[in-house]
Ligand binder design. Structure first.
Ligand code: C5P
Length: 308
């Protein structure tokens, strides 16, 4: 019996929305100082890893790169590079992609965080939480959040995290037929066209647990600039509001727009209606205990070769 199941490991990769995103300023290093609230959302990709002589990645979506252009491969190489004696460690990684790309839901980032957690376990590495956080931050601004999941207030580039709590919310998500590039979205930002509730106001609404209050306090400073260049964003928001969601905002750098619903039945009813200007689905928000990757990595693949 070994610590590493021979049959391999599987991890679910729940994406996120930004319930709140205020840009404080543009920094000298080109990044933007944020005050944001990340919130894990149900569903997402599945990443599997089995022991192998070399590192490889396959993906269910042929449009997605499986070389160094994929954050999963970069995460694997970064982790392996930390352990010089293990530079030849391999793994066969398989990514089942469900979260849309260019959506503002951190699909690539959660896959990268998942790869760090999964491969640490598969390779039997002792990586401290602080080191995992540092590796994650090198991969992308929102990658560290996904190690923890749930609801968190983030500052800095998005890597300075403070966990918080919020109610279970039911969402309708709408992906217009266009993706948005994150660097482009940030370049469209202009402080002059951003206004809205303060973070304190949003957090007070979140603490109230009232979906109406939360819906009224949503904010995304990337939305005005992106919507000015991508008319599909406003069309998505208008459709969701016309269906009776309590409030709607773009998530992150877009293009997905989410609507807050009263409850599960309300979200599922709206998601089933025809005529949406894009792909539409219902999903719940997840708590940290539901979304934390470190816990989810314990799931082992059932396999004829399972080492137990
Ligand atoms: O960190 P990440 O690789 O996800 O960022 C992608 C791009 O988004 C950055 O190159 C930068 O243009 C922009 N960005 C930013 N400020 C942030 C996060 C991202 O300007 N806080």
């Amino acid at each position: 019996m070994s610590d590493t199941p021979i049959g391999g490991l599987r991890i679910e990769c729940p994406p996120k929305i930004n319930l709140y995103l205020r840009i404080v300023r543009r920094r000298e290093d080109g990044f933007h100082e944020l005050e944001t609230v990340f919130q894990s959302v149900g569903g997402g990709d599945t990443l599997r890893a089995t022991p192998a002589a070399a590192l490889s990645l396959t993906c269910s979506d042929p449009e997605i790169p499986v070389d160094g252009g994929n954050l999963v491969v970069r995460a694997a190489e970064l982790l392996r590079g930390r352990i010089p004696a293990r530079a030849e460690l391999g793994a066969a990684l398989a990514l089942e992609k469900r979260t849309p790309v260019g959506a503002g839901m951190g699909g690539g980032s959660v896959d990268a965080a998942a790869a760090l957690v999964l491969l640490s376990r598969l390779w039997g590495l002792e990586v401290s939480p602080a080191e995992l956080h540092e590796l994650a931050a090198q991969l992308g601004s929102d990658v560290p959040f996904f190690l923890h999941g749930g609801v968190a207030v983030a500052r800095g580039r998005g890597e300075e995290l403070a966990a918080t709590e919020g109610p279970r919310l039911w969402l309708v998500l709408l992906r217009p037929p266009v993706g948005v590039s994150t660097p482009w979205a940030y370049r469209q930002w202009a402080a002059s066209r951003c206004e809205g509730p303060t973070l304190e106001m949003f957090l007070a609404a979140l603490r109230s647990g009232d979906p109406d209050a939360i819906a009224a306090a949503l904010r995304n400073d990337l939305e005005p600039g992106v919507a000015a260049g991508v008319p599909e964003i406003e069309a998505a928001r208008a459709w969701l509001l016309a269906q009776g969601v309590l409030g709607a905002r773009m998530t992150g750098s877009g293009s997905v727009v989410f609507g807050i619903c009263r409850d599960e039945a309300h979200a599922r009813d709206i998601a089933a209606r025809p005529g949406a200007p894009g792909n539409v689905w219902a999903a719940p928000t997840l708590s940290q205990s539901e979304a934390r990757l470190a816990i989810r990595a314990l799931e082992t693949e059932s396999s004829d070769h399972a080492g137990r």
